[in-house]
Design a protein around this ligand. Sequence first.
Ligand SMILES: NC(=O)c1ccc[n+]([C@@H]2O[C@H](COP(=O)([O-])OP(=O)(O)OC[C@H]3O[C@@H](n4cnc5c(N)ncnc54)[C@H](O)[C@@H]3O)[C@@H](O)[C@H]2O)c1
Length: 446
Amino acid sequence: MLRSTMAYDNDWTRRQFLARTGTVAAAGAVGPLAGAATRSVSPNDKLVIGLIGCGGMGAANMRSLMEFPDVQVAAVCDVDDARMPNDIRDVEKKYGRRPDTYKDYRKMLERKDIDAVIVGTPDHWHALNLIHACEAGKDAYCEKPLSHDIVEAVSMAEAVKRHKRIVQCGTWQRSTKEFTDALDFIRSGKLGKVVLCRAWISDGFRAGHQKPTDPPKSLDYDMWVGPAGFLPYQTNRCHYNWRWYMNFGGGLSTDWGVHMMDICLLGMSKDQDLVMPTKVTSFGGQLAMPDDDRTAPDTMEAIYEFKDPDFVMHWAINRDHPGMEGHGTEFVSADGRTLRVWRGGWKVLDPNGKELPKEESAPPPSHWRNWVDCVKTRTLPRAHLGSVAQTTIVCHLSNVALYAGETVHWDAKKMDIDGKVGKSTQQYKRPYRKGYELPKYWPATA
Ligand SMILES: NC(=O)c1ccc[n+]([C@@H]2O[C@H](COP(=O)([O-])OP(=O)(O)OC[C@H]3O[C@@H](n4cnc5c(N)ncnc54)[C@H](O)[C@@H]3O)[C@@H](O)[C@H]2O)c1
């Protein structure tokens, strides 16, 4: 059971305040979580990190972390040699020393001098990378969505808990001003009783058509596929493009749902231990681009029921967004007022769309700084993995319901699907390819 095992401070507003005033150890403090780290990093020490998955968002995280004088990048790892040169160059330029390079992340995890890793691989690899990092005593910054399926997400949360690791997830919206201001407004009750939440993303991506080819010589494609089902190499389903294939990712319901639904769940919860749905129903599929190589839904509507607090959440993969941002989150109160937040702003509207007054605060510390500080103080970061695992599961449930074709029931106490419906979908649990095994952390302990 995840919920009862996560101890968090109970006051988001107070925590926000503490975070903004720089009292970072107190922000999210839950007492010492010191685990069997490779070495213990004191506040004055440099945090030595390694990157797993170069060239994309993992590398962007690495560059954000390199801005801090108390961070040192020692090594980078990728299954494709061609993805590493820019990252090697920037690390060498910064520290005057070439980082060590690895093709197999398990070799990098054997190093005792590396305290923490960035997991910047595609979604189908996160569970193995992260759990192995926890077992090696490393803390981690792990990209979102956390997993390819529900069982992986529960397993990851359990591994983090058992090995007492400090893991920040890449849901950086939790640390940007428009979202923290909006969440403060909701949590302080200023919008009144919220009965409906909406989250959405617009989709216009076309993968096109390709025939399989030989992978480039620089790429260990078999290792890139890793635990996922084997599909022959095509550039339109490898680097970056994997996210449009349900074999590797979860489509936009996890890729963007984990950002936008995360805000709904945070707003409707007291702290990082998130309220979970009781039922989910979902409709849609590959309706707009049925003949494209992609397999992820391009049009989708999912409805979630929540109890205590009682509300409904609506998730949509839209084709359009007239008069709105292409992504966003809304909270609707019983009296018809709406709070809308997106990357770049937020507003409060009356039932006729007229803007109402709102309140601004100082921006919170950066997501990456928060992680470094929390690693050093052994406190929970703002996007603690146990919490983002809950959001990730909520996102997966929309796909589970879609592919099950029936309403799926969720048991928040057991942190599992209630009944059989949905359990045979790959978004609940996938078979691992021969040679790969998900370490056993599931079902989670109470
Ligand atoms: N937080 C955000 O806003 C944000 C934005 C973009 C992407 N992401 C997330 O970041 C992750 C990476 O996305 P991306 O777009 O950068 O992907 P990408 O395909 O561009 O890069 C991933 C890299 O990982 C490498 N890789 C794959 N398997 C590996 C393994 N076993 N060991 C080492 N390297 C391996 C690949 O070769 C590739 O170079 C995804 O989970 C994605 O959802 C988050």
